[in-house]
Design a protein around this ligand. Structure first.
Ligand SMILES: *Cc1c(COP(=O)(O)O)cnc(C)c1O
Length: 350
């Protein structure tokens, strides 16, 4: 007798983020800000009153209300998840049957493809242009020609940090029969969100996360926003208590700290702009070695020859960034961290 793993999981490896201790972490697009003392003490008060022995609200209604209020949308169009990663998984399970076709864009967030493998769906890939733009008409044609059931992509994009304008997104959603899953993880840093009009479409789900602009990666909160039929379906297929009570309480509190969140977004954008300027200066001295791309997010994407060597060298200097072959993705840190990174980066280039 012998048990053997099935073929779809046999060769999978556990997710392996950069671990270990680094002086500076610019690898995961997290916020560099921690809530101030006043807010931390409100959190302590809330945490002290939690009924740990009770199951949480399965629909996290208070939390969804706080989220909806912050973005000025209707809470009936919102569902909470244990990070948006969980929501991607639930959407794959719910809206796709085995063998149906999914389309992802390339390059894009790697998790989209991962769930296709697990779900035994067929995954097609739209290759972006050399400048990482998307030809929307071509994409529409492909989605329809391949009878795609679900199209999923990030806007603005992780890792390219490039965005697609709202008019193009609208045209795309209106021109396909596929479900469009629009991951707006970084839209707090840009101004082309579709959030306020999600309810008008029967084939659009928008994903938001609290892990980036809002600075709560540690408590795992993501949201799906869609019309009521889609939201009701998502609620029906998720596991009952997917968002734990601690995250519900703390998330509700933080999402009601509107001033604080807005100041975070401003500061992250300012840091990104400063990092961009510094990298552009390095680029001007290394014209044939690197390209710095415009950014609609809180990170900068660069192309660099010997990317992996530069990456290894930065690690040795105690600085973690993300490396994709000859490309690096650098999260904007505090102004000091950015300075420090640039010095280390110039050393690594030598
Ligand atoms: C970081 C990121 C997420 C993950 O969000 P969680 O809520 O932390 O699971 C989702 N999508 C994109 C594009 C991301 O970059």
């Amino acid at each position: 007798m012998a048990y053997s793993l099935n073929s779809k999981i046999r060769n999978l490896k556990p997710y392996d983020p950069i671990q270990g201790t680094y002086r500076i972490r610019l690898d995961a697009n997290e916020s560099f800000r921690q809530p101030p003392k006043e807010i931390l003490s409100k959190i302590s008060d809330v945490v002290a009153k939690i009924e740990y022995n009770r199951y949480p609200d399965p629909y996290a209604e208070e939390l969804c209300h706080a989220f909806a209020d912050f973005y000025q949308i209707d809470p009936v169009n919102v569902m909470a998840g244990n990070g948006s990663d969980e929501l991607i998984s639930i959407i794959n399970e719910a809206f796709l049957m085995k063998g149906e076709s999914v389309m992802t864009l390339s390059p894009d967030f790697s998790m989209y493809r991962f769930y296709c493998g697990i779900g035994e769906t067929k995954c097609f890939e739209y290759q972006k242009k050399d400048d990482y733009s998307v030809d929307i008409d071509e994409l529409i044609r492909m989605v329809n020609d391949y009878k795609i059931r679900m199209l999923i992509f990030s806007n603005p994009c992780n890792p390219t940090s490039k965005g697609i304008k709202r008019d193009d997104i609208r045209r795309l959603v209106q021109s396909v029969d596929a479900l469009v899953v629009l991951d707006e993880a970084y839209m707090d840093f840009w101004n082309q969100s579709m959030l306020c009009e999600a309810e008008n479409y029967d084939n659009l789900i928008i994903l938001k996360t609290c892990s980036k602009a809002i600075g709560m990666a540690g408590i795992r909160l993501g949201f799906a926003i869609a019309n009521q039929t889609l939201i009701r379906t998502l609620k029906a297929v998720k596991s009952p208590y997917n968002v734990n009570i601690v995250s519900q309480k703390i998330g509700t509190l933080l999402l009601r700290e509107e001033k604080w969140i807005n100041s975070c977004i401003q500061e992250l954008v300012a840091s990104k702009n400063a990092l961009y300027d510094k990298l552009k200066r390095v680029e001007s001295n290394n014209m044939n070695r690197m390209t710095v791309y415009n950014s609609a997010t809180n990170f900068i994407f660069i192309k660099i020859s010997d990317g992996e060597k530069v990456f290894e060298n930065l690690m040795k200097q105690g600085i973690a960034v993300r490396c994709f072959g000859n490309y690096l993705r650098i999260t904007a840190g505090t102004l000091e961290e950015n300075e420090d990174f640039i010095t280390a980066f110039e050393t690594a280039l030598q």
